[in-house]
Design a protein around this ligand. Structure first.
Ligand SMILES: [Fe+2]
Ligand SMILES: [Fe+2]
Length: 321
């Protein structure tokens, strides 16, 4: 006898989202690691704030010729800017999207386990902003960086705002925010891992990146599951829009920020900034900070749109299925 589908489904067991939601009370760093974030230990004056290899001009002769004090100031500001980029992505892109997800702006977010995972992720993000805010403040105190420099909004956000401004319909803008958030949440660990295991920088900086990455290890699957709920319920026009603009979200997330770097260099009093920046941009991969988007590729494969999205992910690392 063939069982009705409903009966079979009750035997499948908890969905991935339900399992992720059930693990949250034990997994969330806001519950388990507040002590480490608030009392991270002493600053080690012998260590950097930011990995040198992530400064695209680190070996430029004009930069190398600057005083040690100026170069260290650039390094400290680069770390502050990295935190600001993370915070801006959360405050202006991810969190507004989690609100939209919670408010029923997108289809497919009506089951309780879906809503629960959205709220948990939203709570985590607000906590991450706090973690990075504290990390920046400690750095400002230890390195005596007094002024709030008011760095530009990061490149990822600027590209979203610019594209959203060209769209006349609300659903187009909402979908762009969802795309930027999905790519961000699914890829952010590649971005955080740039620092999480680095031994050349302050251990407390690496710790913040590591703790953040632990939460994001759950957010990636949450967003992938959410997209599997939402994408099939979009209408044809919306699906086409998603496929067409997703490459811009991916490129924006991995981009090197050439509005920010000149600002950082000038604040530190480095000479010939325009020359340094022009040379950095013309290097191979000079425009790319991070290009590890295998997780996005996997999601597109699961949504069955990998062939439609015009982005060159490079050779498949995880093996084509
Ligand atoms: Fe986060
Ligand atoms: Fe996240």
């Amino acid at each position: 006898m063939i069982h009705p589908i409903e009966t079979q489904e009750t035997h499948v067991g908890p969905s991935l989202l339900r399992r992720l939601a059930a693990a949250w009370p034990k997994r969330a760093t806001i519950r388990t690691d507040m002590g480490g974030v608030l009392n991270p230990g002493d600053y080690d004056p012998g260590l950097l704030d930011y990995p040198l290899h992530l400064m695209p001009f680190a070996e430029h002769p004009r930069f190398v010729a600057a005083s040690e004090e100026q170069r260290l100031r650039v390094n400290t500001l680069a770390w502050i800017a990295y935190n600001e980029r993370v915070i801006a992505a959360e405050e202006y892109v991810a969190n507004p999207t989690f609100e939209k997800l919670g408010h029923g702006v997108f289809p497919g977010v009506d089951r309780f386990e879906v809503k629960e995972a959205v709220q948990q992720s939203h709570i985590d993000e607000v906590w991450h902003t706090y973690m990075h805010m504290m990390a920046m403040q400690r750095t400002r105190e230890a390195r005596q960086v007094e002024a709030e420099h008011g760095f530009a909004q990061p490149v990822t956000n600027r590209r979203l705002y610019a594209l959203a401004d060209t769209m006349s319909e609300q659903w187009q803008q909402d979908l762009l925010y969802l795309m930027w958030t999905a790519v961000g949440e699914i890829s952010i660990n590649a971005f955080l891992d740039l620092l999480a295991g680095d031994k050349s920088i302050q251990p407390m900086h690496a710790l913040v990146a590591r703790l953040h990455a632990r939460d994001e290890a759950a957010h990636g699957p949450v967003l992938a599951e959410l997209m599997k709920e939402i994408y099939p319920k979009l209408d044809r026009k919306q699906q086409d829009f998603f496929v067409r603009h997703l490459p811009e979200a991916i490129t924006a997330f991995g981009a090197e920020d050439y509005q920010l770097w000149p600002q950082v260099l000038r604040v530190a009093g480095i000479a010939k900034v325009d020359e340094i920046i022009a040379d950095s941009r013309s290097q191979e991969d000079g425009e790319v900070m991070m290009n590890d988007f295998g997780t996005v590729r996997r999601l597109l494969r699961e949504l069955d749109i990998e062939d439609k999205v015009e982005y060159d992910f490079g050779p498949a690392k995880d093996g084509a299925r």
